[in-house]
Design a binder for this molecule. Structure first.
Ligand SMILES: *Cc1c(COP(=O)(O)O)cnc(C)c1O
Length: 384
């Protein structure tokens, strides 16, 4: 590797004051300890308790939606988000191939079919222009439904994902959804604290999903949430994620097949503490971005990915885009050997065994970016 990469890794280790720098670690202080301790002392660690309600209320306030429903993880949030808006078996659902596998898994749990579309180099999320081109090529309108002419299936919904916290062109996607009668569901698992034209990601779709996994911008250990402005959808989501039990003082009656997806109170306690620090986290993330910007300027053929126009990103994972002179895997080997933990982007889903035979659009940008993207350490620098 060239000299400038050696000085990059030594500067990163200096910045973190560590010989080995992890990709992304949770940041905890006494606040987390206090809330979790309080939860344990109360005895209410499981399916009932004050922290779940409080976390849901604070999440809704933070993201600017009417309701948030806390669940066990982001995948469960996506599963229920898709179900409550009416995605059914044999429906097709547009989504990027360049996403974490959970987006496609959630669709598959309902017996529906992921339909992969390409991304934009400017956002790393669904490219609206290419999406519409693809719809015009393969789509047909029958009885108010968009039909995939090649498979005969209804295309029901679009699930954009805000990659590494950077918002997609969501208003363009809203226009397309309206025009072609598609339901918009946001996979906002990575974008808590990210805004598009001043509005929080996850507040544009009919429903959206957040994740609070250990590697996300805030964590509850494991956890997720469904966001929506529709009270009926919110009530239904709450109902089926809590075993579809009909409220009663002592009787066990359930009016449909429900799910045990409720977030335990002890995890919600952790979430309340983490949420109090969101503004600090984002400030620190943006500071790291400007440090990296200075370091990366000295390396030929590499760009630090910056938030798209009209957006404010949470910069959850810092991202390098290599040019074609590089071999990505050599760079990854070097960085990891030097103690600067780095990872490639997820293998695009259309290349994974379970999703290799799904309908797809032309995925040239996805295939190209797959070999050029590297995530580098992104933990906030000091205790916040
Ligand atoms: C993390 C993540 C999820 C799923 O979240 P879990 O809480 O791990 O189930 C879904 N989609 C994307 C894009 C993610 O990054």
């Amino acid at each position: 590797m060239r000299n400038e990469w050696f000085s990059f890794t030594s500067e990163v280790k200096k910045m973190y004051e560590k010989d080995f720098v992890a990709l992304h670690e949770p940041t905890f202080t006494e606040v987390e300890v206090d809330y979790v301790t309080d939860c344990i002392k109360s005895g209410w660690v499981s399916s009932v308790g004050k922290y779940v309600e409080r976390f849901e209320k604070e999440l809704a306030e933070f993201t600017g939606v009417k309701r948030a429903i806390a669940v066990v993880n982001g995948t469960a949030a996506l599963h229920i988000a898709l179900k409550v808006v009416g995605v059914k078996a044999e429906d097709e659902v547009f989504m990027p191939s360049l996403t974490f596998v959970a987006t496609a898994n959630a669709v598959s749990y309902l017996g529906a079919v992921p339909h992969f579309v390409d991304v934009s180099e400017n956002t790393l999320g669904i490219d609206p222009v290419k999406l519409e081109d693809h719809i015009l090529r393969i789509g047909d309108f029958k009885g108010n439904h968009l039909i995939n002419k090649e498979t005969g299936r209804i295309i029901r919904a679009v699930v954009p994902m805000h990659t590494f916290g950077h918002p997609v062109e969501i208003d363009e996607l809203q226009v397309i959804c309206k025009k072609y009668n598609l339901i918009l569901i946001e996979d906002a698992a990575e974008s808590l604290g990210s805004y598009y034209k001043g509005k929080h990601t996850g507040s544009f779709g009919k429903v959206s999903a957040l994740s609070f996994n250990g590697n996300k911008i805030i964590t509850t250990g494991g956890g997720g949430a469904i966001l929506t402005n529709d009270e009926d959808i919110a009530d239904y989501a709450k109902h089926i994620t809590t075993t579809a039990k009909i409220p009663h003082r002592w009787a066990y009656n359930h009016d449909e097949i429900g799910y045990n997806y409720r977030l335990p109170n002890i995890n919600a306690a952790l979430g309340c503490a983490q949420l109090e620090k969101m503004h600090n986290f984002i400030e620190h993330k943006r500071k790291i971005t400007s440090y990296y910007e200075k370091l990366v300027k000295n390396i030929a053929g590499v760009q630090l990915f910056k938030e798209p126009e009209h957006t404010k990103s949470n910069y959850w994972l810092q991202t390098l885009i290599l040019d074609h002179t590089y071999n990505r895997d050599e760079v990854l080997d070097f960085l990891n050997e030097q103690g600067v933990m780095s990872r490639p982007i997820w293998t695009p889903l259309h290349l994974l065994t379970p999703y290799s035979n799904m309908p797809t659009a032309n995925l040239s940008i996805t295939d190209d970016l797959n070999s050029l993207i590297i995530n580098i350490p992104s933990t906030p620098l000091r205790e916040v």
